[in-house]
Design a binder for this molecule. Structure first.
Ligand code: NDP
Length: 291
């Protein structure tokens, strides 16, 4: 029987930790950290994500503000707003909710965010700092994956990540690469697999820790999992089961769980961790700014 890593419960603990630190920050600095989210357009999924981020920020004592802009917003208007937020001393974190409306170049907009306020950790300066093993803002989902791996270690009797074999499936800039960097920083022996990897099941079976971020519903199953491995499923996919829409991961949970030592469910695994670490990043950004 594999251990189920309950992301909701673990994320709630992270959020409580952040709320307690926010209290201390407030007592020391006489202000609370401020998170500003830019939501352009009416993408329904993005609206839900942003509402959840706003609610979670307020619960942690962080001042949250959402800038809601119409889908017709121009790139120049977005650029002007980001410059304004970069210059505003009350703003600690800036998050641009993706996707942006058609016609707006994401890279141009994201690269303008002050790296010190880049709580998503997507700016090339922060990516470079992470790759160099220097302090910076690290993407939230990868931080959530690491916390889940640490929880798995505790519950499996404290296995050592240092020296362990880790396989990350997926090499995106927002998940795969930063997770691999964080695992490397913790001295795991890391392999990054992707769509060109030959014999993926054999590569994955090498893993003591398997992190999957491919965006393909239930692609990874028992054939990919070494007995006792920790399996972290980042994927969020909507599939149709008997005419009903169902949320599933990139891992076939039931099959993989027959071999995994510990595994994250979807929903309720990595997903809730992302918001928790967004709050933590906002606090860290505020602390580092010294204002
Ligand atoms: P991307 O589409 O940017 O990257 C997918 C990666 O998977 C690519 O590197 C791709 O390889 C690789 N890949 C695709 N097909 C295969 C295959 N058949 N075999 C091996 N590798 C493959 O996705 P993201 O990293 O942005 O997201 C991954 C998943 O995580 C998605 O389901 C997304 O919804 C979810 N997600 C969840 C979050 C959360 O909070 N829980 C946050 C962010 C993402 P190549 O580079 O060769 O094309």
């Amino acid at each position: 029987m594999s251990i189920v890593l309950d992301g909701k419960e673990i994320a709630a603990a992270v959020r409580r930790e952040v709320a307690a630190e926010v209290e201390k920050f407030k007592a020391k600095r006489g202000r609370v950290p401020g998170l500003h989210v830019i939501l352009a357009g009416e993408d329904p999924a993005s609206s839900v994500y942003v509402r959840n981020k706003e609610k979670a920020a307020l619960e942690a004592g962080i001042a949250g503000r959402v800038h809601r802009l119409p889908a017709s917003v121009s790139e120049a208007e977005l650029v002007a707003l980001i410059k304004e937020l970069n210059a505003d001393p009350a703003v600690d974190g800036i998050l641009v909710q993706l996707p942006l409306p058609k016609g707006i170049r994401e890279q141009v907009v994201l690269d303008l965010v002050d790296p010190a306020k880049d709580v998503d950790g997507f700016h090339p300066v922060n990516a470079g700092l992470l790759a160099s093993g220097r302090p910076g803002l690290v993407p939230c989902t990868p931080l959530g994956c690491m916390r889940l791996i640490d929880e798995a270690s505790k519950r499996l009797g404290g296995f050592e990540l240092a020296g362990a074999r880790a396989v990350v499936v997926g090499r995106s800039n927002i998940v795969g690469k930063p997770v691999a960097q964080l695992l490397l920083a913790r001295h795991a022996t890391v392999t990054i697999a992707h769509s060109r990897t030959r014999d993926l099941p054999a590569v994955c079976r090498e893993a003591d820790v398997l992190v999957v971020a491919v965006g393909k519903a239930q692609m990874i199953d028992d054939r990919h999992v070494r007995e006792g491995a920790v399996v972290i499923d980042v994927g969020i996919n909507r599939i149709d089961v008997d005419g009903k829409s169902k949320l599933v991961g990139d891992v076939h949970y039931e099959k993989a769980a027959t071999r995994a030592g510990a595994i994250t469910p979807v929903p309720g695994g990595v997903g809730p961790m992302t918001i928790a670490f967004l709050l933590q990043n906002t606090l860290r950004a505020a602390e580092a700014r010294g204002v």
